[in-house]
Design a protein around this ligand. Sequence first.
Ligand SMILES: [Zn+2]
Ligand SMILES: [Zn+2]
Length: 219
Amino acid sequence: MSLKAAVIPVTPLQQNCSLVWCEETKKGAFVDPGGEKDRLLDVAGKAGVILEKLLVTHGHLDHAGAVADLAEDLGLPVEGPHPEDRFWIDQIAEQGLKYGMAGLRPFTPDRWLHQGDACTVGNQTFDVLHCPGHTPGHVVFFHAGQRVAFVGDVLFQGSIGRSDFPRGDFDTLIRSIRENLWPLGDDVTFVPGHGPLSTFGHERATNPYVADRLFEPVG
Ligand SMILES: [Zn+2]
Ligand SMILES: [Zn+2]
C-alpha cells in the first residue's frame, strides 16, 4: 500500500496544489493549498480522502493563501514551512491584494519544520529538506518509497525559482538544489509549484541553471 497524489492547479498563478494520501488509511493532506478551497475539498471528497493536515513549502500567497481558512474550517494542523518564512506569512493579506486575491489571512503553523524533520500522512512518511534561496524558509517534502518530491518554487522543469524577492539569494538557491535535492537520486520525480512534472535526472542533464555540465555558447 502506498502513497497516492493528485495535482490541482489553483489561483490565477496556476500553483500546483497537491492532494497526497495514504492508500491504506485514506488519510491525506494538501501540500500548498494556495486558494480555491471549495474546489480542493471537492477533489478530496471525490477521492474519499480523510484530510489529516496541511503541509506548506513556503509562505508565498499562491502556496499558502487558503491555509488559514482550511485549518480553521476543518480543524486541521499546519506543518511547515521553516520559521525563516514567518515574515512572508505575516504579509500574506497585503501580498494577496497585489495579485487580486482579497481576504487572505496569516496563520501560525502548528509545527515549524527544519532540515531532517519527518512529516507523516497516514502511514506514509515525508522527509523534510530546508532549501532556501527562493524564500529563506522554503522546505521540500520527499517521499523516499515513492521516489517523489514536492519542491514548491525551488526547481521547475527547465528553470529555477525567482531569487529577486526580499531575502532571496541566487547562489543559495543553486546550492539548495545541488546539495540538498540532487543527492536524493536522478530517478526522483518532482512536482514543482508551477508547470509540468520532471525528474532530477532530467534537470541535471538539461536545466540551463543547474545542469551538471555547463552549456557551451553556440557558434
Ligand atoms: Zn514562491
Ligand atoms: Zn509559486
